[in-house]
Design a protein around this ligand. Structure first.
Ligand SMILES: [Zn+2]
Length: 136
């Protein structure tokens, strides 16, 4: 499996600083991650998730702890089951269209139609459908 993502892109700074390159993977959901890599491979363009390690502002686009200003106990981010993605080379709308067309191939359960990023999660929908929602 190609390693498109550094672990710091998937967890917030507090987790990465405490647990480092190895144990921070304990905060990554295996099924979500494997499918994230698959859709990244399919799209063939860089995905930006957290970018704090490279000096960027994004810290909460993967796993979220209660200290996050965006924390919600019912968010898929709180169970390491969601990523907010900015794709270099596709607009958010274009990536959202890829997700809505091919969600079954990547086992995606939810997509948020946000204006400047694409939220993808692996929630379980027993009917196999994709939950599509808008930023509220
Ligand atoms: Zn999100």
């Amino acid at each position: 499996m190609p390693s498109y993502f550094h672990i710091a892109e998937l967890v917030p700074p507090s987790i990465y600083e405490r647990f480092g390159d190895q144990r921070s993977w304990n905060f990554v959901n295996r099924r979500a991650y494997k499918n994230l890599v698959k859709i990244r491979q399919y799209v063939g363009k860089p995905f930006i998730i957290n970018n704090y390690r490279d000096g960027g502002q994004r810290e909460w686009s993967g796993f979220r702890t209660p200290e996050s200003p965006y924390f919600s106990p019912t968010s898929q981010h709180s169970i390491a089951n969601a990523y907010d993605i900015i794709c270099s080379g596709l607009t958010p709308h274009e990536l959202q269209e890829v997700v809505q067309t091919h969600y079954a191939k990547f086992n995606i359960g939810g997509v948020e139609l946000a204006p400047t990023w694409t939220h993808i999660d692996w929630r379980f929908n027993p009917n196999g459908e994709l939950t599509v929602f808008h930023l509220t």
